[in-house]
Design a binder for this molecule. Structure first.
Ligand SMILES: Cc1cc2nc3c(=O)[nH]c(=O)nc-3n(C[C@H](O)[C@H](O)[C@H](O)COP(=O)(O)OP(=O)(O)OC[C@H]3O[C@@H](n4cnc5c(N)ncnc54)[C@H](O)[C@@H]3O)c2cc1C
Length: 403
């Protein structure tokens, strides 16, 4: 996403661009595969429809975004409890207030926090005191009960870690976007997002299956040995690959948050609602489940439903894991889970770069004449990658104009 955003901006400014992509399609961590008529994103992820900079690049209408409900069903004590954003779903106020997920004062605090964050600009959030999300929630007065039963699973799914070590600025940034808009997926899969950017570039400017082995200020060398010349080089890989290509790049290579996503096919949806289900039980392997075809029906063939199950960390995918997950699904959704057909699992080692508090890096770097962008320099999100890519394009144009 960072490389495509950068290339689109440079192309719009009249520059000639070429992208060399190591894998067999564009998108990096945002890809969708078609398997047996199902659309399987590589790991469960969503597009927040209020992403400011990505929204300016994309044709959101053409993506036909399908939204999830603003809230969650939380599994605890053998059943699913409804906890909604009562400002947007007032009809669910009673079930949300009485759900055994935190106290009444916790729920009032969620309302106060919502007001505070929605009234803060992104610029203000970016300069706030930074600490871990866990410390932030405790300092705000939330009880351990709501932190454990709701925040750890909801934001654990977003940050890919339940300890909530992630920066509180990232928490506020994400909370604001969830509060202002919707979590969505494009009707035809997350992979449509990078594909839409790629078609904005001239034919032939993206070359697939072309791993870059070495980079210099005005040339790159492909794994095949071919050398390509240009007037600026941008390394838009993930953080670890950038450190491998540029050994002198400042700071350590990022630590990674991993996730394992399992997909199941069902004859019918167990909830018939586009809503995320969270594990608030304090036990078990699953962090979150959603029937993605309830939001976007094209994700499953006619007459079937697609469930996505996220297990945080890198699980070893074998029959035991699938049976463990199925046993938990039986507890959450009842006996019908025994008939669900396991489709596949995606083990994503390099999911998100860790985002600890007070990590301060520029969103675009010029390292010895080579430009670097990507989510590792910004926020670990589609928006973060796009912001970094756009800022890199602007910096290149400014540098070329002044030389
Ligand atoms: C499971 C999961 C869930 C997520 N959930 C969300 C979410 O809900 N919302 C959200 O906004 N974000 C989410 N993200 C994060 C988001 O997908 C990433 O932050 C973003 O896509 C990163 O984009 P990038 O361009 O910085 O890097 P990447 O997507 O990693 O792209 C780097 C590209 O560089 C290529 N490359 C690497 N080395 C070479 C080389 N030597 N030569 C040529 N090419 C090379 C790679 O093949 C890749 O295409 C999620 C990520 C994952 C994995």
């Amino acid at each position: 996403m960072a490389g495509l955003a950068c290339a689109v901006q440079l192309h719009r400014a009249g520059r000639q661009v070429r992208i060399f992509e190591a894998s067999d399609a564009v998108g990096g961590r945002v890809r969708t595969d078609k398997v047996d008529g199902f659309l399987l994103d590589r790991g469960f992820q969503v597009y927040l429809d209020r992403y400011p900079e990505t929204g300016k690049l994309l044709d959101l209408e053409a993506l036909d975004l399908k939204a999830f409900e603003p809230g969650a069903l939380i599994y605890r004590d053998g059943r699913l409890h409804r906890l909604m954003d009562v400002f947007r779903r007032p009809a669910s106020a009673w079930s949300s207030v009485t759900a055994p997920i935190g106290s009444l004062s916790d729920k009032l605090r969620v309302g106060l926090l919502r007001m505070k964050i929605l009234n803060s600009s992104f610029e203000a959030i970016a300069t706030r005191e930074d600490r871990t999300t866990e410390a932030y929630l405790r300092d705000y007065g939330f009880s351990e009960s709501i932190i454990d039963r709701f925040f750890r699973s909801f934001f654990g799914g977003v940050f890919l870690e339940r300890a909530l070590r992630t920066s509180s600025r990232m928490f506020e940034f994400t909370f604001k976007l969830f509060g202002q808009g919707s979590a969505t997926v494009p009707a035809q899969g997350m992979g449509q997002i990078p594909k839409q950017l790629a078609v904005l570039l001239p034919d032939g400017s993206v070359q697939l299956n072309q791993a870059v082995q070495a980079v210099g200020i005005d040339s790159i060398t492909l794994k095949s040995g071919e050398c390509i010349h240009g007037c600026a080089t941008v390394v838009a890989t993930d953080g670890s690959a950038a450190h491998a290509l540029l050994p002198g790049l400042g700071g350590p290579a990022p630590e990674w948050r991993s996730v394992t996503t399992l997909y199941f096919a069902a004859d019918r949806s167990p909830i018939r609602e586009a809503i995320i289900c969270l594990n608030g039980s304090g036990a078990g392997t699953i962090n979150n489940v959603c029937v993605i075809s309830d939001a976007a029906p094209c994700y499953a063939p006619e007459g079937q439903s697609l469930l996505s199950v996220s297990v945080l960390g890198l699980a070893e995918v074998d029959g035991r894991l699938v049976e463990q997950v199925r046993a938990e699904l039986l507890e959450w959704f009842g006996p019908e889970a025994s008939s669900w057909r396991y489709l596949r699992a995606d083990c994503i080692r390099r999911g998100l770069p860790e985002q600890l508090p007070t990590r301060s890096a520029p969103t675009s770097i010029n390292h010895a004449g080579v430009w670097v962008c990507g989510d590792h320099l910004s926020s670990a999100s589609i928006e973060g990658a796009v912001v970094s890519g756009k800022q890199t394009a602007a910096a290149i144009l400014a540098a070329k104009d002044s030389s």
